[in-house]
Design a protein around this ligand. Structure first.
Ligand code: UDP
Ligand code: MG
Length: 318
């Protein structure tokens, strides 16, 4: 089989796990090559995301010893999503299929076989989906689930319980290149690109060594980015609230008039109440309307492709 597989592995301060990851990937690649599922030209691409420890030196040593492993060093820490993107964009030049995976061995290496099989069956995207969240703390499990539900509510198409362990074919990556946005949320972009896709289920392990590079603050930032870079629904929410309050002001108006004619109100009370509500509602509504246009501008500035052709049947014989 001559299909070349590239693995893209982002590394940020991962000196504690890198050797183990390398050994396991080497073993996996050997068996895949032996089974004739991937080409012997397949590679592992480590992307050093501005690590402050010896990660980059380690990658250089690994590459020195074994040319199956390659390294890219970013100029500074740019975050997980950007590190993965850099690796993907580099890999797509040489590979037929690319799998992105974390360095910490939380993703099950044995799922790679099934991903490659699915690729040979004709799938362009294979999502690694964890079948349980047993290794997570209650807090992480709860917040993650609430977050996925919220994204779905916001109209973002996202695969439930899927992180960034996935296989993508060359043509998917070629299309990804056209998504020019700076705030990149890969999980939301990949389903948007389309092409035949499927899931592979795996057990997520504990981190092999070292600690999570995603403290709560980074996590919240990432979560917020995910929503605001894929959806303009929050803006629409403002418009709805504004319209709602304006409607309430009409009710207030009727109520005030009734109270006024029953002679139970103080002088000036009715007009004050009505104007507070009506003006408040109108203001929020107007902000929402302006927001709608800003939302449109925001989406336009991303200059995303409007369609992607999967196949073209024509009668030109070459
Ligand atoms: N990572 C990165 N840049 C960062 C933070 C993390 O490249 O700024 C990498 C990290 O080395 C690992 C992957 O992203 O390979 C996932 O990070 P981590 O395991 O710390 O996240 P968690 O699994 O705890 O969500
Ligand atoms: Mg991890």
């Amino acid at each position: 089989m001559d299909k070349i597989l590239y693995m893209v592995v982002p590394c940020y301060n991962e000196e504690a796990v890198l050797e183990e990851t390398t050994a396991r990937l080497r073993e996996k690649f050997e068996s895949l090559i032996k089974e004739d599922k991937i080409s012997p030209k397949s590679k592992v691409l480590y992307v050093n995301d501005g690590s402050k420890d010896k990660t980059w030196n380690l990658i250089k040593q690994i590459h020195e010893k074994d040319k199956m492993f390659r390294g890219i060093c970013l100029s500074r820490n740019r975050g997980h999503q950007n590190a993965v993107l850099c690796g993907l964009m580099q890999a797509k030049e040489e590979a037929d299929m690319v799998i992105s995976m974390d360095a910490d061995l939380q993703d099950d290496i044995n799922a790679i076989d099934e991903m490659v099989d699915k690729y040979h069956e004709g799938f362009d995207v294979v999502y690694g989906v964890r079948n349980s969240r047993k290794t997570d703390t209650f807090f992480k499990r709860f917040t993650a689930q609430a977050y996925y539900k919220m994204l779905l509510f916001m109209g973002v198409d996202i695969v439930y319980n899927h992180a960034d362990f996935r296989l993508m074919s060359k043509r998917v990556l070629k299309e990804m290149e056209n998504y020019k946005e700076v705030n990149l949320f890969l999980r939301g972009i990949v389903p948007m690109i389309g092409f035949p896709s499927t899931n592979v289920y795996y057990e997520r392990h504990e981190r092999f060594a070292g600690e999570s590079k995603y403290p709560l603050k980074k996590m919240l930032h990432f979560a917020f980015d995910g929503i605001t870079s894929l959806s303009v629904k929050p803006i629409r929410l403002i418009t709805t609230v504004g319209a709602g309050i304006f409607f309430l002001s009409i009710c207030m108006l009727i109520y005030s008039i009734v109270i006024h004619f029953l002679g139970k109100s103080l002088v000036g009370w009715s007009s004050l109440m009505v104007s507070v509500w009506a003006l408040g509602g109108l203001q929020i509504f107007s902000i929402g309307v302006i927001g709608e246009y800003i939302g449109k501008i925001y989406m336009e500035t991303k200059a995303r492709p409007r369609f992607i052709v999967q196949e073209y049947l024509n009668d030109d014989e070459e």
